[in-house]
Design a protein around this ligand. Structure first.
Ligand code: ZN
Length: 297
């Protein structure tokens, strides 16, 4: 459990492991990374063979009024193509949610930082051959820019073949009347605000959580790996607008370094979140202590 002021932050893990080679997924990592000492590499999620440790997890935020999920992983049963890590998963993710004391009907809001496949999966589940919202009482929050980017009659994006996720994991929530397509600056109670952070995708939002003088930023995929804290100009292969992705990453890291905000990304390895401080033209990642749960690796 992580605290941001009086907010209680938890996670539901889906998968975690060294799935991808550093060069396979990150664009332009300097070779010097491989010469770093093992402790540095471990802190930055690089294993001994140069593979990146990536987690896919959903953040749970509990305020005094609401239960909010941020990014809903890959989901079960989704047709993502043979060989894709998210293809037709059969995981006990809902039991893991239950182990956190939550039933699907307890969730008040679901926020997707963006609509790539690994952020929308548990929005829906397959029931009698139909995709239905997993969380029957939740409002699903999608940014308008992101929604329109993927909508088949508007932007019709199929970046990296991910357009199908709109049809099986976003549209059913809209058709069930549970979706709110929101503009920048949308707030959920006094504690959570969505802010535009374009670059990884055109409509990516971050969620700013504030309580009792503390601030945490749920930055989604504005950075996938702690390596991008040390080398903020390194993009992932999944960044749709590279120049804007770099600018946004630097802006967020600068703000966190200056004000001491926590970062809570969508894919950082255990312990999953931390702080940053300025280090010359780049930044140093300071992971939280304590939460090194690698149960699902
Ligand atoms: Zn992602």
């Amino acid at each position: 459990m992580i605290a941001i002021g009086e907010l209680k932050i938890d996670r539901v893990d889906e998968i975690c492991g060294a799935f991808l080679g550093m060069d396979e997924f990150l664009d332009g990592v300097p070779r010097e990374v491989l010469a770093r000492d093992p402790a540095w590499r471990a802190r930055h999620g690089v294993d001994a063979t140069g593979k990146l440790v990536i987690s896919v997890h959903c953040w749970i935020v509990r305020t005094e009024h609401h239960v909010i999920l941020i990014d809903t992983c890959l989901g079960n049963d989704k047709n993502r193509g043979e060989g894709n890590a998210g293809h037709r998963l059969q995981l006990d993710w809902l039991d893991r949610l239950g182990a956190k004391g939550l039933r699907p009907e307890d969730v008040d809001f679901v926020i997707c930082t963006h609509l790539h496949t690994d952020h929308v999966g548990w929005n829906t589940r397959l029931v009698d051959g139909r995709w239905v919202p997993t969380f029957p009482n939740a409002r699903y929050i999608f940014s308008r820019a992101e929604y329109e980017h993927w909508h088949p009659e508007i932007g019709a994006s199929n970046f990296l073949g991910q357009g199908i996720a709109f049809l099986d994991s976003v549209l059913p929530c809209v058709e069930a009347g549970q979706a709110d397509i929101i503009e920048e600056g949308y707030s959920i109670d006094d504690h959570l605000m969505l802010e535009a952070a374009p670059g990884h995708t055109p409509g990516t939002c971050i969620i700013r959580a504030s309580s009792a003088g503390s601030v945490g930023l749920f930055v989604g995929d504005c950075m996938h790996s702690p390596i991008q804290v040390a080398y903020p100009d390194v993009n992932s292969a999944a960044c749709e607008i590279p120049t804007q992705a770099r600018d946004t990453r630097r802006r967020l890291l600068s703000e966190c370094a200056e004000h001491g905000h926590m970062i809570l990304p969508a894919h950082f390895p255990p312990p999953f979140a931390g702080h940053v401080k300025r280090a010359g033209e780049a930044f140093e990642y300071l992971p939280l202590r304590g939460d090194t749960d690698r149960r699902h690796m």
